[in-house]
Design a binder for this molecule. Structure first.
Ligand code: MN
Length: 211
């Protein structure tokens, strides 16, 4: 079964003023759609054809060498954006509570200290990439970043390029296509605005499932 583009779980303008409708429209309908289509092209007839996207990104090494880069970039892009849409929402923001809040406090000292570390990971990623909050077995969380459409789940195939190698439960896209229309070169302003749209209830659900 080929990958399909998931619908945004809210309207294009639902995250305004923090993320504008036109950016969301192009980002989802053009960029994410292209990752899906190119991933399907690259996977066709390969040993991972028909597998779910998480299995694909965890097992890039099972692909022929001439397919690995295209699948890494495009199935990675599909996984990453599918998470990104889910962990944002209208009327969101605030603080994580429950087990996730406790895990963040335990790992970073406080929610504010976590936000600083995550924002620094996003701001200092040179060029295009992502910042992540990841879970490790046992429930410990940490922050890392990866380049391009790489993802911590790719650890077995791409080594250190996969950052911390945990399971991402929050991701922030810092490619220019994610913010340039509204924020131009001001990536830190976009990162600051992101906190207003993080859907912590969803992130907590992903934490419970991943730990
Ligand atoms: Mn993107």
């Amino acid at each position: 079964m080929a990958f399909t583009l998931p619908d945004l779980p809210y309207a294009n303008d639902a995250l305004e003023p923090h993320i504008d409708a036109r950016t969301m429209e192009i980002h989802h309908d053009k960029h994410h759609a292209a990752y899906v289509s190119k991933a399907n092209d690259a996977l066709a007839g390969s040993p991972l054809d028909g597998k779910d996207v998480e299995t694909v990104v965890k097992n890039l090494g099972q692909l022929p060498a001439d397919k690995q880069t295209a699948v890494r970039n495009n199935a990675g892009g599909h996984w990453n954006h599918s998470l990104f849409w889910q962990v944002m929402g209208p009327g969101a923001g605030g603080n994580p509570s429950g087990d996730l809040g406790a895990a963040i406090d335990s790992a970073f000292g406080s929610f504010d200290a976590f936000k600083e570390k995550f924002a620094a990971a996003a701001a200092t990623r040179f060029g295009s990439g992502w910042a992540w909050l990841c879970v490790h077995p046992g429930g410990k969380v940490d922050v890392c970043s990866t380049a391009n459409q790489d993802n911590p789940l790719m650890k077995d195939s791409i080594g250190d390029a996969a950052g911390c190698g945990g399971h991402p439960i929050l991701g922030l896209d810092v490619w220019e296509h994610a913010y340039y229309l509204n924020y131009q070169n001001r990536r830190p302003d976009y990162i600051g605005a992101f906190w207003n749209v993080v859907n912590w209830a969803k992130v907590a659900e992903l934490y419970a499932a991943a730990k």
